[in-house]
Design a protein around this ligand. Structure first.
Ligand code: FE2
Length: 370
C-alpha cells in the first residue's frame, strides 16, 4: 500500500511515457506544495513546459475556487491531473474532473444532480496528510455560501493513488493532529453506522489497530514507521466510510469548519465523545440490523477500555495529548449565540446514518452538555 518516494516517481513517469501524456495539471495547496516536499517531488519528474501548477488558496473547498480550477483545466486541456495535497486539494480535483463539462456547476451540486457526470481526465491522488482517505472515497466535499454539500458518485474516485510517507512527515503538528483524528473518528463512526457491513467493519477495525497505536507517537516522535502506519490507517478509514458513510460527529462538523475556520478533523473531534455517549445510552432504541452493543464491545476491545466512561476518558486523553482543544468558549464559539447558525448548517443526510434517531431537542442537549 505504501510506495517509496523513488518508486512513486518511477511509476508516474512510466504512466506518462506509456500513455504518451502531453500535458499534466498539478493541483496542490499554496503552503503545502512547498512544505510537504511536493514541489521537489513533482519537479524531478515533470517537464516544465508541459505542466501547469495550480496552488489552491482557500482554507476549505468552496465554489468560487472550484470554478477557477475548472476554468484553468478547461483552458489548459491536460491529459492527466495530479492532486498532491490534503483532503481539500484531492476533493477539488475529484469534483473538477467530473463537473468541468457542466453548464451549471452550482445547480448540479445543490440539487445533487450527478446522473450525467463523467470522468474526463485520469486523476492521480497523492495525499500529503494522513487523514481523510480522500484518495479512495467516492465522495468529495464542497461549500457553497458556507453550507456543506457533497458530490457522491463512484466516478469521482481517483484512478491511482500513492501513499508516500516522506511527503506526509513535514506538515505542522496542528494539521497532523487534526488529520489523524479524522481517520480515527471516521473508523469509529463507521463501526456504528447504520450502513456498515462486515467489509466496512474489517476496514475500520484494521484502520484503528494502526491509528490508535501510532497517532500520538506520529505527533511526538515522527518516523518512517509511524508515518507509514498512519497513512495506511487513513486510507483504510476511507475504505470503511466509502461503504458505511460517516455519522453524527461528521454531520455536525461542517458548520464548525465553515463558520469558525476549525480544520476538519478537529471539528469532528468536538462532538465525537458526546455522540458516542448518546448512542450508547440510547442503545435500546437502535434502528440497526446489527447489535449495537456488540459494536461497542468491538470499540472497547480496540481501545482496551472497559466501559463507556472509560472509552470517553480514553478519547479525551488522546485529544489532550494531541493538543486538540475541545472547549467551545476557548475556540471562540458561544453556543447560546451561535446554536441556530450551527444547526442550520448541519448535514441531515449524515445524521440519517446514525444508529439512533437524533431529534432537534437531542441535538441541543448533546451540544450544550460540555
Ligand atoms: Fe472526515
Amino acid at each position: 500500500m505504501i510506495t517509496s518516494y523513488l518508486n512513486a516517481q518511477k511509476e508516474i513517469n512510466k504512466y506518462i511515457v506509456k500513455n504518451k501524456t502531453k500535458k499534466v495539471f498539478v493541483l496542490s495547496g499554496k503552503n503545502s506544495y512547498f512544505k510537504s516536499g511536493a514541489k521537489k517531488f513533482m519537479h524531478q519528474i515533470l517537464d516544465k513546459d508541459n505542466t501547469l501548477i495550480y496552488l489552491k488558496k482557500s482554507y476549505f473547498p468552496e465554489l468560487n475556487e472550484l470554478n477557477k480550477i475548472i476554468s484553468t483545466i478547461n483552458k489548459f486541456k491536460p491529459n492527466l491531473i495530479i492532486a498532491i495535497g490534503g483532503g481539500s486539494v484531492i476533493d477539488y480535483a475529484k469534483i473538477a474532473n467530473v463537473l468541468n463539462r457542466s453548464n451549471n456547476i452550482k445547480k448540479n451540486i445543490i440539487n445533487s444532480n450527478f446522473k450525467d457526470i463523467k470522468k474526463n481526465i485520469k486523476l492521480i491522488a497523492i495525499p500529503t496528510t494522513a487523514g481523510s482517505g480522500a484518495e479512495v472515497t467516492p465522495s468529495a466535499v464542497i461549500y457553497i455560501n458556507k453550507i456543506k454539500y457533497s458530490v457522491e458518485d463512484e466516478t469521482i474516485k481517483p484512478d491511482f493513488y500513492f501513499l508516500i510517507p516522506e511527503l506526509i512527515n513535514n506538515s505542522s503538528n496542528k494539521l497532523k493532529a487534526s488529520a489523524g483524528f479524522d481517520a480515527i473518528s471516521q473508523s469509529l463512526e463507521s463501526i456504528i453506522s447504520l450502513r456498515s457491513n462486515s467489509k466496512s467493519l474489517d476496514y475500520a477495525k484494521q484502520s484503528l489497530k494502526y491509528s490508535l497505536k501510532h497517532f500520538i507517537p506520529f505527533l511526538k516522535n515522527p518516523n518512517f514507521d509511524n508515518t507509514s502506519r498512519m497513512s495506511i490507517a487513513a486510507n483504510l478509514s476511507g475504505c470503511a466510510i466509502s461503504i458505511s458513510k460517516t455519522t453524527a460527529p461528521h454531520a455536525l462538523s461542517y458548520p464548525f469548519t465553515s463558520l469558525f475556520g476549525i480544520s476538519h478533523g478537529h471539528a469532528v473531534s468536538l462532538t465525537l465523545e458526546k455522540f458516542l455517549k448518546f448512542n450508547f445510552e440510547k442503545m435500546h432504541l437502535s434502528k440497526s440490523k446489527f447489535s449495537l452493543k456488540k459494536r461497542y464491545e468491538i470499540i472497547f476491545k480496540l481501545t482496551k477500555t472497559k466501559n463507556i466512561s472509560d472509552l470517553l476518558n480514553y478519547l479525551k486523553r488522546m485529544k489532550k495529548q494531541a493538543k486538540l482543544q475541545d472547549n467551545f468558549a476557548d475556540l471562540g464559539i458561544d453556543l447560546n449565540r451561535d446554536y441556530s447558525k450551527l444547526i442550520s448548517g448541519v448535514n441531515l443526510l449524515r445524521l440519517k446514518n446514525n444508529p439512533i434517531l437524533i431529534k432537534q431537542d437531542d441535538l441541543k442537549s448533546i451540544l450544550f452538555n460540555q
